[in-house]
Design a protein around this ligand. Structure first.
Ligand code: OGA
Ligand code: NI
Length: 350
């Protein structure tokens, strides 16, 4: 029988007297695994969105080059000057905080079912029925496109989520066009190949309370995202780490910027030209961190395969078998996807 009554990490951390991490939450066997990496030798790629949408042709082309390099070298980049007002971003972070502040009893109606594509789902850890180690994290997830869903509490949440998800999707749409162009494809190529207009947008807010032993617990274990592009915002607390050239790199919080990363469906479509990148969320012992990750993908019925144009140009054959996005998400969220590259399940062996 699945344990359905695991209390939230928020409630647990507020119950007081928590001086160590309970064993159910003990993730790291070697505390050095989660030790703070410090790798000052790199500069994190930053894309000035305004130069893509309203720059001169010269500025746009320079920015596309920067974007291409960011996609090849990192699979992660910051997006600044994206036009989504601070009011909208901060407002959404505050509303998510207010959601997590609801009493656990009040949140119960949004718990959802065993279906990973529930329109609304909140809870703790990831999936307590299958999690081997509990995560130091509570979450609320809503599907915000093609149909918008939202909990009706707290007051104002739904309006804030609607505006935030619409505006974020506009940025994602432009980025996907630009990414198409960096591949030498028509700007609308990826959108057409993935039925973007009906594409899935999944908004996931994460709540990571301060943790007495941050080097033992984990917020979200190493994973890649399943979709095309994820846009993430966070409060002033950092905690995202990205695997870059074999090392975990701290990805610091930059106020009002989006952190953008490529997901598995982009890797399939580009046949490894652009890869989805491993990342994780670590926790800290100072203050609560809230992040909101907005994943954008194909429509759930779309079977993404490698672009024939890219294959022909590269003289390659497809590396991955087609699978509907719905099935891919279900596979990734099942126990088969835990700390393993889900994309390996669709890799065509030589
Ligand atoms: C995610 C994710 C990282 C973070 O929600 O998929 O990777 O920093 N979150 O919260
Ligand atoms: Ni992620």
């Amino acid at each position: 029988m699945a344990p359905t009554n695991v209390q939230t990490i928020k409630a647990l951390s507020e119950s007081g007297a928590l001086s160590s991490v309970p064993s159910k939450y003990s993730f790291a066997t070697n505390p050095n695994d989660l030790a703070n990496p410090n790798d000052p030798d790199h500069s994190i790629p930053t894309i000035d969105f305004s130069l893509l949408t309203s720059g001169s042709p010269q500025q746009r082309s320079t920015t596309l080059n920067d974007l291409k390099r960011a996609c090849e070298d990192w699979g992660f980049f910051m997006v600044i000057n994206h036009g989504v007002e601070e009011r909208v971003m901060k407002g959404m972070l505050h509303m998510c905080e207010a959601f997590f502040d609801l009493r656990d009893d009040d949140k119960k109606e949004f718990q959802g079912t065993a279906n990973v594509l529930d329109p609304i789902k909140c809870g703790t850890s990831s999936n307590v029925a299958i999690d081997k180690v509990l995560l130091w994290r509570d979450f609320i997830k809503v599907i915000s496109h093609p149909h918008f869903n939202s909990p009706h509490k707290p007051l104002g949440f739904s309006e804030a989520a609607l505006e935030f998800s619409k505006r974020t999707r506009e940025v994602a749409t432009e980025l996907v066009k630009a990414i198409s162009e960096t591949l030498g494809l028509e700007a609308d190529y990826i959108a057409k190949a993935t039925n973007w207009d009906e594409g899935l947008q999944l908004l996931a807010a994460n709540y990571y309370p301060a943790c007495p032993e941050p080097e033992r617990a984990i917020g979200i274990p190493p994973h890649t995202d399943h979709g095309l592009v994820t846009l993430l915002i966070q409060n002033q607390m950092g905690g995202l780490q990205v695997l870059h050239k074999g090392k975990w790199v701290n990805w610091d919080a930059v106020p009002n910027a989006f952190v953008v990363n490529l997901g598995d469906q982009m890797q399939v479509l580009t046949n490894d030209t652009y890869k989805s990148v491993w990342h994780r969320a670590v926790v800290n012992n100072r203050a609560t961190r809230i992040s909101i990750a907005v994943a954008h993908g194909p429509s759930v019925d779309t079977v993404v395969v490698a672009s024939p144009e890219l294959l022909e140009r590269q003289g390659q054959s497809p590396l991955y078998a087609g699978m509907s996005y719905r099935d891919y998400i279900e596979l990734q969220q099942s126990s088969k996807g835990y700390m393993k590259p889900c994309i390996d399940y669709i890799r065509i062996s030589e």
